[in-house]
Design a protein around this ligand. Structure first.
Ligand code: NDP
Ligand code: X2W
Length: 345
């Protein structure tokens, strides 16, 4: 299969190149760039020296369906709303890593992203690509809205408990931390070394664009549509997300029920791993991999659970999950092209 990547020069796109370059179902990669047409990706990124993927191609949405069989788009949110429709009109399968098509209600998109929402026709077509939870829909989708990095970690840790009605949804608090690559390749003030290094910064308090994305799925699986609290911190590390999540456990629910729920969940999914005996995971143990590792503890004094989920934001939080979805959409083994073990140390 010939596969195209828009935004190949960005962090998410580079990770797609790394994975798809050695994917057994991919014959050829075409890399697109809006600003570096004609350049070689190896000259921009020396770590790709020797990877012969040709020159970066100009992005023409009317030509792309003639050049490739499948497209990944990893451009900044706001680009896909206008870039992808001509490609989708031609019936091509697409995975979009940006936020444009994730929120089903256009008023939510307008409120949280402060941008004009895309045509609802395409939003309706898009399947939210949380691989473990929308598996059957993903298999039959033409277009995937790949989830945001923080929502991936939050939902993978919380949904098993919510689906079984083990926790009070209205009491959920998600305390999230991310490495700086989550902010993309273009430097900002907060990501600039003298600010980011040896520092811990909280940002977008009560305003983060991932709040409605998390709520959309939480509400789908729960009987309430109460809002949740979600806050984000920038940690001076390159990759990794840790979400520490608190919620009241429903009356009568035992520690054993929670344990059985998580064990069953991890057994069903290749990329979900559970920390043994109520231990807690760290970001390093999923580095460079598509795993989401989960740990939890039930405090009988407060009746609250503390659940911790960790992912690599560029892998399970972006390109790894996108490749998992690509596998589901094309009938490849779910793990094709994805590393069997993380990079450590
Ligand atoms: N970083 C992360 O951890 C995650 C990111 N995402 C999402 O994935 C997408 C990519 O993120 P990330 O790789 O970090 O961002 P980057 O800023 O690193 O990369 C974005 C790329 O998009 C390309 N681009 C910029 N403007 C346009 C345009 N007008 N048309 C087409 N391409 C354009 C740029 O390449 P060029 O100039 O060569 O075209 C750039 O390299 C974003 O939507 C982000 O929200 C999702 C989950 C996690
Ligand atoms: C560290 C950092 O800045 N992270 C980004 C997450 C980027 C992302 O995945 O957001 P979308 O795909 O939803 O645009 C943020 O908090 O906005």
């Amino acid at each position: 299969m010939n596969v195209g990547i828009v935004g190949a020069t960005g962090f998410g796109g580079l990770e797609l190149v790394r994975l798809l370059q050695q994917h057994p179902g991919v014959k050829k990669l075409t890399l697109y760039s809006s600003s570096k047409k004609g350049e070689s990706i190896e000259t921009i990124y020396p770590h790709l020296n020797g990877i012969k993927e040709g020159k970066l191609e100009d992005i023409d949405p009317y030509k792309i369906p003639e050049q490739v069989d499948f497209l990944f788009s990893s451009a900044p949110t706001g680009v896909s709303a206008s870039l992808l429709p001509p490609i989708l009109e031609r019936g091509m399968k697409v995975i979009d890593l940006a936020g444009d098509f994730r929120l089903k209600k256009s008023e939510d998109y307008q409120q949280w992203y402060k941008k004009e929402p895309p045509d609802p026709k395409w939003v309706d077509l898009a399947v939210y690509g949380l691989s473990e939870w929308n598996t059957d829909l993903i298999k039959n989708a033409q277009m995937i809205a790949n989830p945001g990095c923080y929502p991936t970690a939050a939902l993978l840790g919380l949904l098993p408990l919510i689906k079984k009605s083990l926790i009070e949804v209205s009491t959920i608090i998600i305390d999230a931390k991310s490495g700086i690559s989550g902010a993309g390749a273009v430097p900002s003030v907060s990501a600039h070394f003298p600010f980011a290094n040896d520092n811990l910064q909280i940002y977008k308090v009560n305003q983060h664009q991932h709040i409605p994305e998390i709520e959309q799925m939480v509400h789908h699986y729960s009987e309430t549509n109460k809002p949740i609290t979600f806050s984000t911190h920038l940690v001076p590390m390159t990759r990794g997300i840790m979400n520490t999540m608190y919620a009241e456990v429903k009356e009568g629910v035992s520690s054993k029920e929670i344990e059985e729920t998580y064990i069953e969940y991890a057994e069903q999914h290749d990329f979900i791993r559970l920390s043994p005996s109520q231990g807690f995971p760290s970001t390093r143990q999923v580095y460079g991999s598509n795993f989401c590792d989960i740990g939890w503890s039930f405090d009988h004094r407060t009746q609250r659970i503390t659940a911790v989920s960790v992912i690599d934001n560029l892998m399970k939080g972006a390109a790894g999950q996108a490749v998992h979805n690509f596998n589901l959409m094309n009938g490849f083994p779910e793990t094709a092209g994805l590393p069997a073990s993380p990079v450590f140390p």
